[in-house]
Design a protein around this ligand. Structure first.
Ligand SMILES: [Zn+2]
Length: 455
């Protein structure tokens, strides 16, 4: 049992002073406000809950910054990016995945993410269970080494489009047959151990058949697991879905499946008014990935209407063009401001934009991860915590009314001083313990991926 004392901590109802936490077995066993600090207490100035990174493709960390040249046709889009990304995916074996994911997960923990939902379809050789499991083992190795909590989301991928098109050669390495997918998920559940957990995923409506989607959803329901799916990221996807099924993607999901609070819809960028109202009412989480959605030119999610309707949201760093929850949340709001020519789109009547977005992402992220969820630090939650440096220039002079707004909207430097996952400090004095070695191995891996044979 350990005790952690915070001068100020962000709880479900906002900042509270003199908060003393009792930590036991990686969880918050007790919480007292207006408490007295005991000499043996570990002490911090400002304490906020860590965030769940609710959508990651760890291998794409190795692709960041490598698709920013315009192609000869001048028609660069999500779809041309995807072809380039497949080129990298084809070269990644388990050792490379471990090195890349270790770097990505270390950056996540250093920036205040304490859990990651890894939406994984890079099985490399779907016909060989040993290879499929080795890719999972690489992710778990990276999670353990970085200290992040892994929510492993094995993903079914079985076709090239809504019309049942065959998989391209680039997609073939993603395609586990349905029964092999279920077997792999069963083995993963056993392999993950108590530190990590399992969710289930279908790549998208275009990449799985309606029947398979129903079967995975039924399995997720039976096992009480979160269910993740990409949806309505691109307009073309909406048009293709309409052409083949007569319904828009989210409309189709709502008409054909029991979407509820266990569902995490990744992107959900292109929603019409009716889909938005119906989806918000289900309690499902939308996972927004503003840096990736911006990088890929996806479009803007209707955030103001979603929050107005009581919708839940999480954030994800997805393709990892940036790994920083402050930047994701900042750009989530800035996209809306630029589009609407307004300010403080996500602010609540009683709460600034930063406080509203941070709290919403804490709660929605935990729901998407299948963890105990709430908008602030509370008893019974995992001890996944971030201590902020009250003396950092970003926070200097701010009081409770504006601290979380300053965290998101006060630029650099990062005020993150210490990060705890499951009761263990992984970042101390603003630095992750494994930094230099992780980077060396990552750099060597990049060199072999891009400069070596086949690079
Ligand atoms: Zn994704």
């Amino acid at each position: 049992m350990a005790r952690l004392f915070a001068d100020k901590a962000w709880l479900a109802d906002g900042w509270r002073r003199n908060v003393r936490l009792t930590l036991e077995a990686g969880h918050i066993a007790a919480l007292e406000t207006g408490a007295k600090r005991a000499p043996a207490d570990d002490a911090v100035a400002l304490l906020v809950p860590g965030l769940v990174n609710a959508h990651s493709h760890a291998f794409q960390r190795a692709f960041a910054g490598r698709s920013e040249f315009r192609g000869p046709a001048g028609t660069d889009s999500f779809w041309t990016w995807r072809e380039q990304m497949y080129g990298l995916a084809g070269r990644i074996e388990p050792r490379a995945l471990a090195a890349i994911a270790h770097q990505a997960y270390t950056e996540m923990v250093a920036s205040g993410y304490t859990s990651v939902a890894e939406f994984h379809y890079l099985y490399r050789d779907p016909s060989d269970p040993a290879v499929v499991d080795a890719m999972l083992a690489a992710l778990v190795e990276a999670a353990d080494a970085s200290g992040i909590r892994l929510i492993y989301v094995p993903v079914l991928y079985e076709r090239g489009g809504f019309g049942g098109q065959a998989l391209s050669s680039g997609q073939a390495r993603f395609a586990l047959p349905f029964d092999a997918y279920v077997d792999h998920a069963e083995r993963a559940a056993r392999f993950l151990g108590p530190a990590h957990s399992l969710a289930l995923g279908a790549h998208s409506l275009r990449a799985v058949t309606p029947d398979s989607l129903r079967r995975i959803a039924a399995l997720a329901r039976e096992r009480a697991l979160p269910m993740h799916v990409h949806v309505a990221e691109q307009r073309l996807e909406v048009e293709d879905c309409l052409a083949v099924t007569g319904a828009r993607p989210v409309q189709w999901l709502l008409d054909n499946l029991d979407v509820d609070a266990r569902w995490c819809l990744v992107h959900a960028t292109h929603l019409d008014r009716e889909e938005l109202a119906r989806l918000a009412g289900t309690g499902a989480v939308v996972c927004l990935c503003p840096s990736t959605e911006g990088n890929l030119g996806d479009g803007l999610f209707p955030l103001a209407a979603w929050l107005e309707a009581g919708g839940r949201m999480a954030i994800g760093s997805d393709s990892h063009v940036t790994i920083d929850p402050r930047e994701e949340l900042r750009w989530l709001e800035y996209g809306q401001r630029l589009q609407q020519e307004k300010r403080n789109v996500a602010a609540a009547p009683d709460r600034g934009t930063g406080a509203r977005l941070y709290s919403a992402a804490v709660e929605g992220g935990a729901v998407a991860a299948g963890l105990p969820a709430g908008p602030g630090i509370a008893t019974g939650m995992p001890a996944d915590l971030v201590a902020l440096d009250a003396g950092c220039a970003a926070l200097a002079g701010h009081s409770e009314a504006t601290l979380l707004d300053a965290l998101l909207f006060c630029g650099q430097p990062s005020p993150i001083e210490r990060v705890m996952v499951a009761g263990a400090w992984r970042v101390v004095d603003g630095r992750h313990a494994t930094g230099a070695d992780t980077l060396r191995r990552y750099a060597a891996t990049l060199a072999s991926l891009y400069d070596g044979p086949g690079g």
